[in-house]
Design a protein around this ligand. Structure first.
Ligand code: HAM
Length: 417
């Protein structure tokens, strides 16, 4: 029986991989421009990290994690996101002793057991950044400006920036009281999970995806209207900073984000053209997370872009991604002697840093030339006994059709031209 890939996973085939490589190249250029260094982390972590970091009243932790016991009896979870792991690594590797701010970026796979649909998968890819040590709002503005530059560089025009502030534990305490008052009359109409959230973390009710709950959350009081003085000042600073750089934004009072670690600034970049899963990027500040995970109190902020959604946006806008480079030269050959010569020649060409191919399939010359065409070879030449003995061949430019008699010794020099 044919074994298929698990639901919600996708192979990235060679015919598509150039798009990913293109985006990855743009990411590393962007990160280098903004002073972010790459970090590579394990795919799995102790489950407790996500329970504490992401929060055990979130949908991710309650419903979506790939959690299992390993053979040593430890509870392990495939990372549902990148931030918690980066924070763990920051603390474990003593990065607090390095010069602040610490700027890190990652390209990762992440895993969530979600209902699969366009733009929503169970294994997906994220490009994310995390910056530790700065209280902002300067850094909030810098991070958002990094995103707007990234979209600009990719030629993406249809994503909108939505921002909000969800305050700090101080303003949230007061706000939670208001929320409890607000939901009390309809508590019995909320879903089971939200009834527990009412007791443990009422802000999470606002993020519930159940249709019935959405009816009752629609008019709930907004945190941004109930901020303490410090958070309010921070939010003003963020808006001013964005205006200073000419970055357009909307204030969306409903953004609370699906993870518990956020404080103050939260933001999303959304596209209207890729269906229901239009949030291409989500991020925000998390000033309590490092402490929550066992480190010293250190502010942090970051974002993650879903690469699958990013590519959907680019496709919906008809943005052409340059294809991977074609090969430099194809050496077709007739007969055993020519084949041996061709193999040696191709080896030498590759040694010089060019890409070259010759026949490995025992094809006829006609079929070899057809294949060279499929590979998109820039040059080709045909070698038979006469060419090998005389050390001369006809070099064809496959793009223009132009041909030239050359000495085989000069082939590499010609490729360098
Ligand atoms: P998030 O909003 O959960 O935030 O995910 C960020 C992005 O990952 C989303 O905007 C979306 O593009 C993509 N994404 C999420 N789930 C899926 C899925 N099931 N299928 C496809 N794409 C998906 C975070 O993960 C935070 N760690 C971001 C962050 C970093 N905040 C601060 N630092």
């Amino acid at each position: 029986m044919l074994i298929k890939a698990p639901k919600g996973t996708k192979d990235i085939l060679p015919s598509e991989v150039y798009k990913w490589q293109y985006v990855e190249k743009k990411i590393s250029e962007l990160c280098s421009n903004f002073g972010y260094k790459e970090i590579r982390l394990p795919v799995f972590e102790h489950t407790e990290l996500f329970q504490r970091g992401v929060g055990d009243t979130t949908d991710i932790v309650q419903k979506e994690m790939y959690t299992f016991m390993d053979k040593g009896g430890r509870s392990i979870t495939l990372r549902p996101e990148g931030t918690a792991g980066v924070v763990r690594s920051y603390i474990e590797n003593g990065m607090a002793s390095l010069a602040m701010p610490i700027k890190l970026y990652y390209n990762i796979t992440a895993y969530r057991y979600e209902n699969v649909q366009k733009g929503r998968y169970r294994e997906f890819h994220q490009f994310g950044v995390e910056c530790f040590g700065s209280n902002g709002p300067l850094v909030d503005v810098e991070i958002i400006s990094m995103l707007s530059m990234f979209f600009e560089r990719l030629g993406i025009k249809d994503v909108e920036l939505n921002i909000n502030s969800i305050g700090c534990p101080k303003c949230r305490g007061e706000y939670n009281k208001k929320l409890l008052e607000f939901f009390k009359p309809n508590l019995d109409k909320l879903c089971g999970t939200c009834k527990t959230r009412y007791e443990r973390n009422p802000l999470r009710i606002i993020d519930c995806k159940e249709e019935t709950c959405k009816i009752y959350t629609k008019d709930a009081p907004a945190l941004v209207d109930n901020l303490c003085e410090d958070c309010s000042k921070h939010f003003e600073g963020l808006k001013e900073g964005l205006e200073n750089l000419g970055i357009k934004y909307n204030i969306d009072k409903n953004i609370v984000r699906g993870l518990d670690y956020y404080t103050k600034t939260v933001f999303e970049f959304v596209s209207k053209n890729i269906g229901a899963q239009g949030t291409v990027c989500g991020g925000g500040r998390y000033d309590g997370l490092i402490e929550e995970c066992g480190g010293n109190q250190t502010p942090g902020i970051g974002f993650a872009i879903g690469i699958e959604r990013l590519l959907l946006v680019m496709e919906s806008q008809g943005i052409e991604i340059p294809k991977a480079e074609a090969i430099d030269v194809y050496i077709a050959c007739i007969g055993e002697q020519a084949q041996k010569y061709a193999q040696k020649l191709v080896y030498k060409i590759r040694q010089e840093g060019f890409s070259a191919e010759t026949d490995l399939m025992g094809r006829s010359v006609k079929a070899q030339m057809k294949y060279a065409d499929k590979l998109g070879a820039v040059y080709s030449l045909v070698l038979g006994d006469t060419e090998v003995e005389s050390n001369k061949a006809v070099l064809k430019n496959m793009l223009t059709g132009e041909t030239k008699d050359i000495s085989l010794d000069t082939l590499i020099e010609r490729l360098k031209m």
